[in-house]
Design a binder for this molecule. Sequence first.
Ligand code: ADP
Length: 514
Amino acid sequence: MNQFAALSEQLLRFSPDALVVVDSAGLIQFANETTRTLLGYAPERLIGQSIDLLVPDRLRPRHSAHIGLYLKNPANREMGARVTDLVARRADGTEFPAGVRLAPFQIGSGHYVAAAVRDMTYQRAITDALVAARTEADRANRAKSRFLATASHDLRQPMHAIRLLNGSMQKVAGPIPSLQELLRRQELAIDHATRLLDSLLDVSRLESGAVSPQLGEVNLGSVFADLRHEFDSSAQSKGLHLEFSDTQSVVSTDRMLFIQLLQNLIGNALKYTERGYVRVAQTFDSECLIVKVEDSGIGIPADKLDRIFDEYYQVDPHGAPRLGVGLGLAIVREVSRLLGFGVAVTSRIGEGTAVSVRIPRQKLLQEAPPPRVDRRAAAPAAVRSGNLILLEDNQSVRVATELFLNLEGYRTRSAATVKEAERLFGAIEPGDILVADYRLDGQMSGLDVLNRMRAALGWNIPAVILSGDLESVFRVVTEPIPQCRFLSKPVDTRALTEAIAALASQAVAARTPG
Ligand code: ADP
């Protein structure tokens, strides 16, 4: 026992913390040797002194109040670990950031508190440096994201015009093979630049923290149908089977972001597969609904699997042309983080890749909502195939669009402003279609003009709305709008003509008695 008493004394003596024991009046009853080096007081000088001696003058009133409160309700407690302004005062009046741990105890009827005081100068300096570095990194990241978002947006308009002009040139170039080949190459380059722009904008927006998921009931079957619609023609042009499983599942998630995630996975599967299939299927395990995108493509080497989600990382294609920009899976990573999904990849070289999106069962809503019925009126009967009413405030884009649509065989009437568009209202006839930019100068959007036009006409004129930032548009437009298609700028010229043709044939079908 005596041995242990001696050991305790040595431990107290050489503890790295200054140890003091205070009675219920706040007077120091014990101090160890470390008070000499840490606080500049020989232990015996502290005995009988108020603990306030170790606190800077300016903090004494607050400290006394704290001590009073603590002594009323003493408990083991660490002070200073999170309190940044806790400071101790040395005998020479200098101060240092301190961490203090308190332990109350009783001897006979006497109540005491043991306090261990530690110099936190080094830890505080590290914490301060980390906080400063983090603040700086956040600032730089926000600046980068702002720059990218602005640059991407401002680049979209001229890119949109270039795409339309390229489409027009393909039309007027006629059957001159060398010229057609040049234009086809130019189109590929424009497509690549457009994809890069889209991906940069997506990644910067996701990383800037500006995107917060808008949860809703998302019917997986309708998501699959939209994706089939979007990817069918590119699968067909490569001779690939694109298959979607049947599903009744309804998930609580953000529809736009979920579609964006699957678009990237299906886009990759089609890109990296030359023959065979791309399958999109749902399965379940005990914890998750799993949406699996599987392909019979080139596969990914096992040692690269953990890097493919990094920004700009692309597996070395061994002389083959690079097909993407290396941002698709970074977008998948960010979106799944936002939506609370997991993502897992398995792959075999030469056999194919499977990416599983794991959706926790808590997000699975069992019943599919009933299909929405559109009660708005369809266009009246007896019409001729009509004009395109073009509303676009950017002059070069308007001219390029007009040129392209005229070469495609459409007649156009153009408006540069909402006022000009309103002047055209009286001349609109069933069969006409509105093609409008979403973001117009002034208060009204292209969609506002569409609504105003429909109200004035008394029937639903079909419309194509173009926007450089569809994601933001879909945050405002959450309900489907009948006979209205949204397309992204820079527009894919084929998608534009297909949308117009589909709207025109829908309008004809609606007028043909069943
Ligand atoms: P990229 O734009 O290059 O497709 P991603 O971030 O989408 O960029 O993918 C990163 C890399 O992962 C790709 O460059 C490709 O090498 C590889 N990869 C992604 N998906 C597949 C897939 N389904 N099959 C084979 N390789 C893939």
